[in-house]
Design a protein around this ligand. Structure first.
Ligand SMILES: *Cc1c(COP(=O)(O)O)cnc(C)c1O
Length: 402
């Protein structure tokens, strides 16, 4: 290779932009959506039910209820278990704001619990520390795609008469103790947003084994009406009543066609995510100061996010500086998440403050999410590793050639 060629290759590498996440949509997916668009039902039709049944089968839950987003799924779950004014729900500080917002939608109070320092997951000890006589539920979050210890959380929930909700937006396809996410809590909620394990563009799902809760959520997504128009058609009647205050949280048939087509590809996608994570793990074992998050015994990880903690003392450079350097190099790094209790809304409305959840707050200063998605190539991963080493001021091994 000539020097000019070599220089060109380096410039090409540097010009490459790598996002932190990206959807995978196949030609079959597109065809499935087009087929539904040419059919009779754009919404509230048979493809919604087919997707729900396939999703329930995959997660080994009795029921799945499709809704318009992961946030709607969380809202429907809080509605179904009867959360209302005066109630409290325990929510980990390290999550996306929607996990707590859905509690506020119902006029209740989120109680922010701290997380385990190694996994950043809500554990039974952190949840128990927040329980009061007004507490009605625990909303656990499978942060980064790793399931929480649901056996232990369930024991705690039963002991205190609490409902157990899982925000499984990151962990579709993962397992705990051999059981799939979706079957581990009273209600499990999923996001089908573009960056999530499978997507319908925007969309969500709730799984449960309780048909009464499922029926309540079906009404909730449809304005609170007792019967949808197909049930009325079957009954030959125009009559419907609004028994509860519901919303329009329906998911369309063509979105469900996309989800239905994506679901069989999920396991292969997770397998690729695990290969990428293993490649990062091997590299960072050699880089002191760059620490991947800990793994839970007995859980399989969906690898939705790949999060490292950057030890400022060991590296002599802080996360914000590394973040800027990575972005400048065209690497789409992220920070997941600002602890929810530090958002101005929560400080103002619920008087939350720094110091409420010290483990989550300390993690927030150090965490960086690196690109991970099924289409990411080994060459891309090696480039991210090389850029991160350089951004941390560490001696870098040359990125391996494709
Ligand atoms: C994405 C996400 C949500 C919200 O899902 P939307 O589909 O964007 O409404 C909720 N909780 C967590 C943990 C998420 O990552």
């Amino acid at each position: 290779m000539t020097i000019a060629n070599c220089k060109l290759q380096i410039e090409e590498e540097a010009a490459r932009k790598i996002p932190y996440g990206r959807q995978t949509v196949s030609e079959e997916d597109i065809q499935a959506v087009v087929d539904v668009l040419r059919g009779d039902w754009l919404t509230t039709g048979p493809t919604v039910e087919r997707f729900e049944r396939a999703f329930a089968r995959y997660t080994r839950a009795a029921e799945a209820v499709a809704v318009s987003s992961g946030t709607a799924a969380l809202h429907a779950a809080m509605f179904a278990i009867g959360i209302g004014p005066g109630d409290e729900v325990i929510v980990p500080a390290m999550t996306f704001a929607a996990t707590a917002n859905c509690v506020v939608f119902q006029g209740a109070t989120p109680l922010f619990a701290d997380v385990d320092p190694h996994t950043l997951l809500l554990g039974p000890a952190q949840a128990e520390a927040r329980i009061t006589p007004r507490t009605r539920a625990i909303a656990a979050v499978d942060y980064a795609g790793q399931p929480c210890d649901y056996a232990a959380l369930r024991t705690l929930a039963i002991e205190h008469g609490l409902a157990l909700v899982s925000d499984a937006s990151h962990s579709l396809g993962a397992c705990d103790g051999g059981s799939p996410v979706g079957s581990l809590a009273d209600l499990s909620t999923f996001s089908l947003h573009a960056v999530k394990p499978i997507t319908t563009g925007e969309g969500g799902m709730v799984t449960t084994n309780d048909p009464v809760l499922a029926e309540r959520m079906r009404r909730f997504r449809n304005h609170g009406f007792t019967a949808d128009h197909r049930q009325r058609a079957r009954a030959g009647s125009w009559f419907y009543e609004m028994t509860e205050l519901g919303y329009n949280y329906r998911l369309t048939d063509f979105q469900c066609a996309l989800g239905l087509s994506q679901l069989p590809q999920l396991d292969a996608r997770i397998a690729r995510r695990r290969e990428i994570a293993a490649r990062y793990d091997r590299a960072f074992a050699q880089l002191p100061g760059v620490e991947p998050l800990g793994l839970r015994q007995g859980a399989s990880h969906g690898r939705h996010l790949y999060v490292v903690r950057l030890d400022r003392d060991a590296l002599g450079v802080d996360r914000d500086r590394v973040f800027q350097r990575m972005r400048r190099a065209g690497i789409g790094v992220g920070v997941h998440y600002i602890p929810v209790h530090l958002h101005p809304f929560y400080r103002r409305r619920f008087a939350t403050a720094e110091g409420d959840c010290p483990v989550a707050e300390a993690a927030y200063d150090e965490i960086l999410s690196l690109p991970i998605f099924p289409a990411l190539t080994d060459r891309d991963v090696d480039w991210v590793i090389a850029c991160l080493s350089a951004a941390c001021g560490l001696a870098t091994r040359k990125p391996s050639n494709p």
